[in-house]
Design a protein around this ligand. Structure first.
Ligand code: GLA
Ligand code: ZN
Length: 677
């Protein structure tokens, strides 16, 4: 079986990162040294041009490519490939001066002055035209260079613009969606507080000093912002595909970013990539927890393209400069963090950035090469060591993480929950979703993070944390999934509203799910942070509950746990129903993770998933190709731990054969290759 690589030109893991020679054109010695150091660290690809507009086009229409020609060619001659960015993430001053409409307008309606980055107006025809011209130049000039492997479109798209052009496009978008103003009024329930509109022209974006009371409108604004950003991105991609159709396209996504819905955007991309900057060593937070939250994002990114390997596009060698306290990663943590990405499905480890800039904003951000300039630093040594490890992991490239369990996480549902005016301040949507991810994966099984447009049929188990917004269509899809034999585990807040936030009438859970779960959720109690309740399970054990308790009635479901106190004492808190060939569990309260872990372990084991018991702060992930399994064990403890019931195999990192027991050194990693049985 031929190994499948993301890029045929690099039959291995990618190792490299952002490289900004545009800042160093006056330092030829340094540019020369860069290539030497890259080779020493086994770097095989770099991302260039991300913020290079003012060097590429110093004045309107005067292009300057010689420095980039030289870099791409010299790197290529030395076996280093290029990921080339389009520079739209930051604009030169001349552009904003000549075309002020390119500058974004904030949520108070005030136009930005020139500066910073990631702040263009996505609607501006003038900016779109400038970007088209630039991208055409890049595609024509470099599209067929043998050193080019990938387009990196813009950088970390995000934010929203409230300018008149965007307002006009918002109105057009709404007209297309609702057809008539009457249908919009009904969908937004705008008769409340007399907010009915008589024409689309009366609609403004949700300015902070304007309409902030209509959640459905805010939700549509967020959907529109995604659509408009995606539309801009598609315009960016057009000339690349036209003049260099053989070169794939990515853009770099961000960790738990809530400003855009990446799921539709992913459809325009050939490869998913993202920037991961975990807060390692945060006091009061275990490394295992930081790791689990990071693994959650890896899983989400991997599943934007149905499990295809993704790229870790950026990560910090050493430290960043933007956290409140920029603590340096302890020795060994860089390797551990990087190999976790690979274990979760990345075919690369890339950094921001290769060489530390001499001045300006990110002067103190970690880089492979420090201001000191040599290979003698601890960070450089760790990066070079990782380069060797990645070379040993070449057989893993192209393999996939496969699992039969998934967690449903739709960004619009996150928006809907965050827009709820009610309950309590402790909505903690993403914390909750990640807690479910962490609890499930402590069973040693991988968990896919998917959006609701995914085909559910390859999964035996679906986890639905706080799935508050459910359209009738999604309700049907879930119902059908259970009917056909699927198992779902859902929590409080299930199916309160449809996709314009109108409450489902007839009792929660709505969208026909009451019939599936065989419960009626009559009330939800938000308890104070200082208060606790508990649930009691059949074996008499108590598990603590905080924040939310729903008052449930069974309509046929079996009660697995009931409340310990308050007026709903002894009423159902966790239920199980059988529906069609499957079943459905409902968790009505925010219950402690210990309970979730046990429930998930038991459920996964009963479904025949490969559960195992792992020490605290140890992760297991499995990648596979047609012939082999690659089982990763990662130790997020600064102490040695022992492992039992290991999947035996040869450790690709050390060459040792490992049996069913093994040790993991502090921050240690094993990658065991074993034939599939
Ligand atoms: C982001 C950006 C980079 C850089 C890093 C710093 O991910 O894409 O340009 O600013 O953050 O951590
Ligand atoms: Zn705008």
């Amino acid at each position: 079986m031929k190994q499948q690589f993301l890029f045929d030109k690099i039959p291995a893991m990618l190792h490299g990162g952002d490289y900004n020679p545009d800042q160093w054109v006056k330092y030829p010695e340094i540019l020369k040294k860069d290539i030497e150091l890259m080779k020493e660290a086994r770097i095989n690809c770099v991302s260039m041009g991300i913020f290079a507009w003012s060097m590429l086009e110093p004045e309107e229409g005067r292009y300057q490519f010689d420095w980039l020609d030289e870099r791409i060619e010299s790197l290529y001659q030395n076996g280093i490939y290029t990921i080339l960015a389009t520079p739209s993430g930051a604009r030169p001053a001349w552009l904003d001066k000549k075309y002020p409409e390119a500058m974004r307008v904030d949520s108070y309606g005030q136009r930005n002055h020139h500066g910073v980055r990631h702040n263009h107006c996505p609607s501006s025809p003038a900016y779109r035209e400038k970007v088209r011209e630039m991208n055409t130049q890049l595609a024509k000039r470099y599209g067929s260079h043998p050193g080019l492997i990938l387009w990196h479109v813009s950088n970390e798209y995000g934010g929203a613009c409230y300018c008149p052009l965007c307002t006009e496009r918002f109105r057009e978008w709404l007209k297309k969606k609702y057809k008539t103003i009457d249908q919009l009024n009904d969908a937004w329930w705008s008769s409340f507080w007399s907010h009915r509109y008589t024409s689309f022209e009366e609609i403004e974006p949700p300015f902070q000093n304007g309409e902030t009371s209509m959640a459905a409108m805010q939700l549509d604004w967020k959907r529109f912002t995604t659509w408009n950003t995606q539309d801009f991105m598609e315009e960016e991609i057009k000339p690349l595909r036209e003049f260099a159709p053989q070169v794939p396209v990515t853009t770099n996504f961000m960790h738990l970013y809530g400003g855009l819905d990446y799921a539709p955007m992913a459809k325009d991309l050939d490869v998913i990539s993202w920037d991961s900057y975990p807060f390692w060593h945060r006091p009061g937070e275990s490394m295992g927890h930081t790791a689990a939250v990071t693994a959650f994002s890896h899983s989400q990114m991997r599943n934007y393209k149905q499990g295809q390997p993704f790229l870790l596009m950026e990560s910090a060698p050493g430290l960043v400069n933007w956290q409140p306290f920029n603590k340096i990663r302890r020795p060994g943590v860089h390797r551990l963090s990087s190999l976790q990405s690979v274990a979760c499905g990345s075919d690369s480890v890339q950094y921001f950035q290769f060489r530390k800039n001499r001045g300006s904003f990110e002067q103190y951000h970690g880089a492979v090469v420090d201001h000191e300039g040599s290979d003698r630093t601890r960070i450089f040594r760790e990066v070079a060591q990782l380069g060797e490890d990645l070379a040993k992991l070449a057989p893993v490239a192209g393999s996939r993480v496969k699992t039969q369990a998934a967690l449903l996480m739709d960004t619009p549902n996150r928006w809907a929950v965050e827009l709820i005016s009610g309950l309590s301040e402790h909505k903690e949507m993403m914390e909750t979703v990640c807690a479910h991810y962490e609890s499930f994966t402590s069973s040693g099984c991988d968990l896919d993070v998917i959006s609701s447009d995914t085909d559910f049929s390859s999964y035996k188990l679906l986890i639905l944390p706080m799935l508050y917004m459910i359209s009738d269509e999604l309700g049907e899809k879930l119902k059908d999934y259970v009917k056909q034999g699927g198992v779902v585990i859902a929590t409080y807040l299930l199916g309160y509203v449809g996709d314009t936030l109108l409450a489902h009438l007839g009792g929660f859970p709505g969208a026909n799910l009451r019939e599936v779960f065989q419960i009626w959720n009559e009330e939800i109690d938000s308890i104070y942070p200082s208060e606790r309740n508990a649930i009691r399970t059949g074996d008499g054990r108590l598990y603590e509950v905080r924040d939310y308790c729903e008052v449930l009635h069974t309509e046929g479901a079996e009660v697995l746990a009931s409340y310990e106190k308050d007026y709903y004492r002894d009423m159902p808190a966790v239920t199980l129903s059988h529906y069609g060939k499957g079943h459905a569990i409902y968790i009505g309260a925010r219950v402690e993770e210990d309970y979730l872990k046990k429930l998930y372990f038991k459920t996964a084991a009963a479904l025949g998933l490969p559960v195992c018991s792992l020490p605290e702060n140890v992760e297991k992930h499995v990648r596979e190709d047609e012939e082999n399994l690659y089982t990763f064990y990662l130790n997020f403890n600064d102490q040695r731990v022992s492992l039992h019931s290991v999947t035996p195999g040869g450790d690709l990192l050390t060459g040792q054969e490992i049996g069913d027991t093994a040790y993991l050194e502090p921050y240690g990693v094993l990658c065991l290759k074993s034939p599939k049985s």
